[in-house]
Design a protein around this ligand. Structure first.
Ligand SMILES: Cc1cc2nc3c(=O)[nH]c(=O)nc-3n(C[C@H](O)[C@H](O)[C@H](O)COP(=O)(O)O)c2cc1C
Length: 179
């Protein structure tokens, strides 16, 4: 049976929740990026890597790629990102474009899961950035549905995470590991 390892980074616990759901579903190890040692994932046939979105980009991709390259591991990676925005095809394409800088015509296995925002667990820098976003949005005074929705979303903590959202990723793992 193929060995799958989940590696994730999480500031407020949103990505951690999805990583745990995925690892339970696949019965696989689940490692924190910052703590993962090469010997913990060198045996993997496939790695699933997850992180939250900051300003439209996936966090810590560079750290992940650096760690994996340094370890000498090479194999397929499936990426997942969590964010406060609802799922939308254009949003997901934009996240992929900003995070990976892929040449035209290239794609990679990537899944986006709507999560939420947790102000209580945010660290100082994130909280300050959020305050700035809130300020910028409030001074624009836009009345569009999207602008009103964003203002509401940034007014207090919320969590729209759902176990069901991981199903397409699980299917992709099964497809990529079935021989
Ligand atoms: C400073 C900051 C910027 C964010 N930018 C985005 C964003 O551009 N798009 C989005 O969907 N969510 C955004 N979010 C929400 C996070 O991506 C979301 O809460 C994510 O699930 C956090 O995961 P983690 O706490 O496990 O790292 C932002 C959150 C913070 C704190």
């Amino acid at each position: 049976m193929a060995e799958i390892v989940i590696i994730y980074t999480s500031e407020t616990g949103m990505t951690k929740q999805y990583a745990k759901w995925i690892s339970q579903e696949l019965d696989s190890d689940c490692l924190i990026l910052e703590e993962a040692r090469a010997e913990d994932f060198l045996h993997a046939d496939l790695i699933v890597f997850g992180a939250g979105i900051r300003g439209g980009r996936m966090r810590k991709l560079r750290s992940f790629h650096y760690k994996v390259k340094k370890s000498g591991w090479s194999g397929p990676v499936i990426y997942f990102a969590t964010g406060g925005a609802p799922y939308d095809e254009q949003t997901v394409s934009d996240i992929i474009a900003s995070s990976f800088h892929l040449p035209d015509g290239y794609s990679l296995p990537f899944f986006y899961f709507e999560s939420g925002v947790n102000f209580e667990k945010m660290k100082g820098r994130s909280r300050a950035m959020m305050k700035m976003y809130k300020f910028i949005i409030s001074v624009r005074k836009e009345k569009s549905e999207a602008a009103v929705g964003t203002r509401q979303a940034l007014s207090k903590s919320y969590d729209h995470s759902r176990l069901d959202y991981i199903r397409p990723l699980i299917k992709e793992v099964q497809k990529m590991t079935s021989t």
